[in-house]
Unconditional design. Sequence first.
Lengths: 668, 381
Amino acid sequence: MCGIIGYVSTGQGGNDGDAEAGATGGGRALPVLVDGLRNLEYRGYDSAGVALVEDDAVSVFKQEGVIDDLDLPDEHAAACGVGHTRWSTHGKPTDANAHPHTDCTGDVAVVHNGIVENYDRLRADLEAAGHEFSSETDTEVVPHLLEAELASRREAATDGGRVDDDAETRNDDANSVAEDPETDGAGDAGAYRTAGASGAFGDVDLVAAVEAVVDRLAGSYAIAVTVAGRDEVVVARQDSPLVLGRGDGANFVASDVTAFVEHTRDVVYLEDGDVARVSADAVDVRNGGAWVERETKTVDWEAEAAEKGGYDHYMLKEIHEQPQALRQTLSGRVDAVAGDVDLDLDLPASVLEDVEEIQLVACGTSYHAGLYARRLLEEFADVRVSVEVASEYEFTGGRDPWDTLVVAVTQSGETADTLSAMRKAAKAGARTLAVTNTVGSTAAREADDALYIRAGPEIGVAATKTFAAQVTALSLLTVHVGRRRGTLTSERASHLLEHLRGLPGAVQQLLDASDRLEAVASEYVDEDAYFFVGRQLGAAVALEGALKLKEIAYVHAEGFPSGELKHGTLALVTEDTPVLTVLTDGARPGETLNNVKEVESRGAPVIGFSSHDAAANYLDVEIGIPDLGVLEPLVANVGLQLFAYHVANDLGRAIDKPRNLAKSVTVE
Amino acid sequence: MLAAGEGRRLEPLTNRRPKPMLSIAGQPLLEYVLEAIADAGIDEVVFVVGYARDRIRTHFGDGDDWGIDLEYVVQEKQLGTAHAIAQAENAVDDRFVVLNGDRIIEPSAITSVCDRLERDGGPVLTVTRSADPGAYGVVELDGDRVVDVTEKPREATSELVNAGVYGFERSVFDAIEATPADDAGERQVTDTLMAFVENGGVTAVRYGGLWEDVSHLWDVTRVTGHVLDRDGSTNDGTVAASAHLVDPVHVGAGTSVAANATVKRGCSLGENVTVGANAVLSNAVVLSDAVVADGAVVRDAVIAENAHVGANATVAGGEADVIVDGRLYGDVRLGAVVGDNATIGGGTTVAAGTVVGDEATVDAGSVVSGRVRSGSEVRRG
């Protein structure tokens, strides 16, 4: 899991924010790359680096730690460069393992997101051929393969040439963290430069070389390559996200639009197998040995919304954004009068009529949204639903793929486990639907249909507003499916839709009580463990509440259906284990109340999120939930988010970047 | 930008949001002020926030939507306007403009202060002419020089009032330090200014543009009407073909207006609002997520966020005598205010001048008037 960025411009412009005066982004690569990496930090942040292209070298600055710790020059003239923020998969987070990686000559710099599965063998081959490696990463094989490829192509083009001489004269340490360009003699022509003073490389075409190299790679990758003296970035994509941004006199590449959307909203999403040359004024894409056209699209959300704006943490900001996010999820899709929705899906009614089973596949928080949606789909749309953790998914059990709809729920649309499950389903012949926050993401493009949750960008690693928006979008899907199948009456649908339209206001009502939750959190901050219980929809929310607390506060928390307490966990319940419980419509509050009495008699403090009048006498803390039918547990979840946030904040945790976790997990 | 105050005279609308976040034609008051600042060419703004500041931060974020570099400083306790300005001491440069976050002005008010500040230094005070000067700080001038400022005098000696746009230099922070607290223990910037006035150091710039102050509940519909007259209609919602909108109105995103409903000029509907069939809205402001059910009539009223006005309920509208903070305001146009999350049962009649608190519920078929306290329940007798 990593983030990559690249920038190449005409070099015109002052970087003083006056975009009118020159190339989009300001002309200089360094500030664009650094800002882009900050925006990509949610993809990983254990090490970072940039490579800046000079006439006769590539200057690399990289080290372990977050981008703001990176030791960089104040200014750098380069108009072309690449950057990387890393999340370790192969090799520890160290300075040497940070990207960009270079070849033996130091003229080729590569950043990479993904995993090169056959790197062991490639590395052995390269080492046998005399290449020296400086890191433990899988990535480093790429610059060395490219070095070899470029060398052989240049040799072929110049019929021999001075390649060997160059190899001898270039004895500076290519592994140095901050390479000093002064060590490259001015007259020292780089290994792949032809004698031409134009800076061109004669017949040695970098795109062709990259194509040849990626042919030898197995695994997943988004790669960006720069070479000394060349004002171009060549990129390749296979199973890892990569998007190009188009500006005036400058173009961008990145793992995610967030990295450069402050500069341009015109983007080109690359497909698997694409290799593209990005120069200051052109973007040329090849796939399968031929030049191809890729459509330019305009993204409409605001990267600036991704900045913290006065809040201490993105997570708290995003919790507070939920009413507006949910209004966006619903906007223009609901016809409460007719009891129907307009989701702009191609999904034919005939498919839905015949569907025997809907399978929801997802990971983490999205999985919990799936658990919530399963109850709604079964109750309102009267269709059989199973929910699977994506990494466990197989298409088996005698299911008929033609009568199965597989719904992949993934905020980023890039979650590797979920993509892999979706592909298994597609391979078996099942119809697929992606429910995602990210337009143009891999999941959205690969699935037969996409339903966007429209929550806006989410930066905090702990998902908050996207959970609410996922459940909301899946509720709309419930109405869609139920109405198409004829299993949901317009009257029931209308009622559910009225509740959905009441959701933003109800969530705001809970947010208005956030001071109270802050006080409750500080009262119960130092406890041995926390148990979250509820039934039905409340059980899904209990799992999600426990996950939030675990991931940001690093305390032991467990969520489960409240009926399961007496089958084991009750043994752990003491005076020092607060129990948080959902006592609302859709969560069988009366039955859960019996479980509350069980834990209360063992002295555990009980914090209830309740719309159930009879509950008050049994709760140490009662947080009122407004009447909203089956969506009440979703409103209660906002209270659990605030509780987790304030416990973590009181404990001084790195809330937006919890240890060991990354925002979207693009490795299996 | 002073945006820390609560605005108690506007209860119950300010029970959950600060006064600058009152919505006028689909956007908060504060956003109009910020737009004026951006149009005046200023791109660095410090918000002094306090009461219910989450609402402000969530809406404005880092200011990029307005092309402004936005910073927040917190005034934990509302100890007066001078105290609020002092909170920004470390966030401002040599010269700066101070504005109120709850008054709609035009960019020229800001540019003229900036020009004067550049030329003559500070402090600079903006004055405007008011029909009701006794409600504000009345300013007496000698040429451009301010000779006196009197807060809310019984007899106004001049129609010029303090428009609440100031230009200062850093020297003001020392003056604030020396400003005595008033009877309520607060330090007001008008008192700080008096120290400069006595030395003849305050100059005034005159301003004749739009100056809309929302002091009372009935100002919300009035100012909304003015802004809609100026800016025209916007419609981002879903309106049934047989529904009737009379320009200018504002209809926010995700809002639906059902068949045969009529929304007359000067109305504003926020986002995700539901207006039922045959409902009639006139001079009404309906905030986001609220519902005005089938057949309801809502006139001269503010229906706050997520409030529910039941089917065939009638807010009759018109003028009434309203008491605010112990003072009687006679014949003000206020049909009703229905607070956030409040519910008005179907068929209820709401007399003119009624203020229903937030989270209050009124049983179906009731007749209500006067003040209904927040969270209370009105049962049909």
